[in-house]
Design a protein around this ligand. Structure first.
Ligand code: KG4
Ligand code: ZN
Length: 375
């Protein structure tokens, strides 16, 4: 089954053709990073206009790269929630029009589902290469779910840690297309926190990759930053951002009234790198500690998957692998599929269809900028 996946929830215009939920035939992503680097963040109206300009060329390229014409496409899938209103509108209106025009079934996909399903996409059709090797005992126990090439299938129930610019959630998945939120952020998402801390440090947008790069030069133990005192599996990241702000002001001997946008002009290169590394370490430790607590509360879990833009972070991957892989197979999306893309939309729709979800009416499909994955 070949699905055309369309994604425009934030600042990437993306389309892809995915076969049977796992094989990428094409994957085209046009990022608006260059536009927003100048402003230090996304401007929703500008994002929507940019989607409008490149949407059809991106879809046409996805079809061409996949050597497909419309007759080869079995269904169209599009992100309809959550995200920026104007951005979601462009993707969904395009998908609705194309579904009517070419008489294709249309599937509306939740953005976080798509991020999770990026883990099922693989160049190999037999399951996912295991990213972090579990102990031999576990490997043997999982042998039944392995293919002959030694790939290990992702088994249920599982825990998914979704870490993006808009969300930080721990999801419990009993089976395909079944999501229970067991932990969520009370304020900022972790990706948002990377972006805001980068701004304080004078690092370019988007903050995640630039902090990760800067952190390579720094000492992650230089500045002690607090972990939020939040019971249970929920997160809070706005305090960490403020803690970095206060620590920078203190290090520079400036009062707390000193404007945050000016601090970058006073930081030395060494301080900047040490702050980036110390912040990154703290954010990653917070994520992994909560995830560890979730594994204790859900002893039936058989695997762990990471999803969302922040899951591209190399340090997060290394630390999570060393913490969990003795007891669980741990999966990460291919790094280029951690961020927003159309392939994950096509993959998620495939598994929704397998789970019995029916197509949506192209004449009435709505968008939901702030809806939960559980709805
Ligand atoms: O999933 P995504 O592409 O879009 C949303 O759904 O929000 O996530 C974007 C977020 C941004 O906050 C970006 O700074 C962060 O992911 N990010 C990273 C890295 N790459 C992207 N954060 C940490 N380390 C990275 N390597
Ligand atoms: Zn995303």
């Amino acid at each position: 089954m070949k699905i055309l996946g369309i994604e425009t929830s934030c600042d990437e215009t993306a389309a892809a053709v995915v076969e049977d939920g796992s094989k990428i035939l094409s994957n085209v992503v046009v990022s608006q990073i260059d536009i927003f680097a100048e402003y230090g963040g996304v401007i929703p109206e500008v994002a929507a206009r940019s989607h409008l300009e490149v949407m059809m060329p991106v879809i046409n390229k996805a079809l061409k790269d996949a050597s497909c014409n419309w007759d080869d496409i079995d269904a169209i899938a599009v992100t309809h929630a959550p995200g920026l209103l104007g951005s979601l509108l462009i993707g969904t209106l395009t998908a609705r029009t194309l579904a009517v025009l070419h008489d294709k079934p249309l599937y509306a996909v939740h953005h976080l589902k798509s991020h999770v399903y990026a883990n099922w996409i693989n160049t190999s059709s037999n399951g996912k290469e295991i990213t972090a090797c579990p102990s031999d005992t576990l490997r043997a126990a999982l042998a039944n779910s392995s293919c002959s090439a030694g790939h290990i299938a992702i088994s249920f129930p599982l825990l998914a840690l979704v870490v993006s610019g808009g969300h930080t959630q721990i999801l419990y998945m009993r089976e395909h297309d079944s999501f229970e939120i067991i932990g969520t952020t009370h304020d900022d998402a972790v990706g948002e926190c990377f972006d805001k801390v980068a701004k304080i440090l004078g690092l370019p947008y988007p903050g995640g990759p630039s902090i990760a790069k800067e952190a390579e030069k720094g000492d992650e133990n230089k500045y002690k930053l607090p972990h939020p005192k939040l019971e249970g599996l929920d997160f809070s990241f706005s305090g960490l951002k403020t803690a970095v702000l206060r620590a920078v002001q203190k290090e520079l001997g400036l009062p707390i009234s000193h404007p945050s946008h000016d601090l970058k002009n006073h930081l030395t290169g060494e301080m900047r790198a040490d702050f980036a590394a110390s912040f990154q370490k703290t954010a990653i430790d917070i994520l992994n500690e909560k995830l560890e607590m979730a594994t204790r509360l859900h002893p039936d879990v058989k695997s762990i998957v990471f999803a969302g833009g922040v899951s591209a972070n190399k340090k997060l991957r290394e630390k999570a692998a060393s913490k969990f892989s003795r007891d669980y197979p741990v999966f990460f999306p291919e790094p280029k599929l951690s961020g927003d893309n159309g392939a994950m939309v096509g993959a998620a729709a495939f598994y929704e269809i397998q789970a019995g979800v029916k197509p949506t009416d192209p004449y009435s499909l709505n968008i939901y900028p702030r809806v939960s994955i559980e709805v």
